[in-house]
Design a protein around this ligand. Structure first.
Ligand code: AMP
Length: 401
């Protein structure tokens, strides 16, 4: 990888500004799932073990008005972090000003400080000014002035140009490096897309073709096969002239789907049968159909022949990237296609299997197959941007090796 990592930095005695992803669920002042905090620990521990002063920035939820602020304070997150690290963590309830500056001045080597939610900067005096989300140049410059070096470990926001990632990195007089989590994401997603061990198979699913057109176009040039399932497959079926009944379809994307079909030839692998239902509900009447779907019925999952077809395509794959479920996996009666494909991925012992974040991560976890896969990306939007072959501003802004 061409970017500096935290291991390349001189940390001792340095004020190390760190962008982490602490965007965790908080209810009534209590952190729910602490996975993201746990995931950031290796980089934080590395910094403090090397006698850096760790100054942590993260966003939490969306702040659009003053009233959003109290419920989105970083305080409970700082407390949770203190428990996990088993050392005191200073929480500073503001995002700028003397209180923050003095707290940083008082830090000793190896101390940890959590800054208030960076998105508090999106609302000033009741106005939605988006200083953080809009990458206000003054804010990035100010935050960068608080430290000596910068470590970005928040892959989930790498596709966004915010003050707390791009703003700090570009204004940092010292170096800006990737943390371990970020490094891992770049390694797995980067290698898969740019340097895959072949055959390289992509599995794309989920609701909409429109969300994945960029991904399909980019992967058509890179992957050996692209499997398409989920709701988006019906727009392709419609483009082929098949009847799709009441299945999900994006009528304005049928022409794009036609173009992709022509360009893709046999690279694109589409469902050959579907589980159709008479309503969008788990307790709907359902049946398996091949080919045309009658009016009054909608495809909610891929059928058993499709699962076999997809498995046969995946059987000799050496690299697999999976983004999007094969059906409405949230409803147990229509989760089978996603489950079977996911389980099969888990059996590919000499393949690198990567889940591209978002709903597929949720599906892999819900279906209990997450630990059988090589890498589960922590960023849905960021990994899609990567799969589209687009640069990620949060990574671009880091220093080169
Ligand atoms: P995405 O966010 O694009 O990955 O889409 C994920 C969503 O697509 C999930 O909530 C699924 O329930 C939904 N989905 C998958 N297959 C279908 C389908 N055949 N019809 C309607 N929704 C679907």
């Amino acid at each position: 990888m061409a970017k500096l990592t935290v291991e390349d930095l001189q940390l001792e005695g340095k004020k190390v500004l760190m962008r982490v992803d602490f965007n965790v669920p908080v209810k009534d002042g209590v952190v729910g799932d602490d996975n993201r905090i746990v995931a950031a620990l290796p980089t934080i521990k590395y910094v403090i073990e090397h006698k850096g002063k760790a100054i942590l920035f993260s966003h939490l939820g969306r702040v659009k008005k003053e009233e959003d602020k109290p419920g989105l304070s970083m305080r409970p997150v700082a407390e949770k972090l203190s428990n996990l690290l088993q050392q005191p963590v200073t929480f500073v309830p503001v995002t700028e000003g003397p209180q923050l500056e003095e707290a940083i001045d008082k830090m000793n080597d190896g101390d940890v400080l959590v800054v208030q939610n960076t998105r508090y900067e999106d609302v000033k005096d009741g106005e939605y000014v988006k200083r953080e989300s809009g990458n206000d140049p003054e804010l990035g410059k100010y935050w960068a002035s608080l430290g000596d070096v910068f470590v970005n470990d928040a892959f989930g926001t790498a596709h966004r140009k915010h003050a707390s990632n791009v703003g700090i990195a570009t204004n940092m007089p010292g170096k800006a490096a990737a943390g371990f989590l970020m490094e891992k994401e770049i390694k797995f997603l980067g290698d898969a897309v740019d340097n895959p061990v072949r055959p390289f198979v992509a599995i794309l699913g989920g609701a909409k073709v429109s969300d994945k057109i960029g991904v399909i176009n980019n992967l058509l040039e890179k992957a050996d096969k692209i499997i398409v399932g989920g709701g988006m497959a019906y727009t392709f079926a419609a483009a082929k002239g098949e009847k799709i009944g009441n299945s999900l379809v994006e009528k304005d994307k049928i022409d794009v789907a036609k173009e992709i079909l022509t360009k893709a030839g046999d690279k694109l692998v589409l469902p050959v049968d579907n589980v159709v239902a008479n309503k969008f509900a788990n307790d709907a009447d359902s049946k398996v159909v091949e080919g045309d779907i009658e009016d009054g019925w909608m495809g909610l999952d891929v059928g058993p022949k499709t699962v076999d077809l997809f498995k046969s395509v995946l059987a000799d794959a050496k690299t697999v990237v999976w983004n999007g479920p094969m059906g409405v996996f949230e409803m147990p009666n229509f989760a089978k296609g996603t489950l079977e494909v996911g389980k099969f991925l888990g059996t590919l012992s000499d393949a690198t299997t990567i889940v591209g974040g978002g709903d597929s991560t949720a599906a892999a976890k819900q279906l209990g197959i997450a630990d059988k896969l090589t890498h589960i990306s922590t960023g849905g939007g960021a990994s899609l941007t990567y799969l589209e072959g687009q640069p990620l501003p949060g990574i671009v802004a880091l220093s080169e090796k």
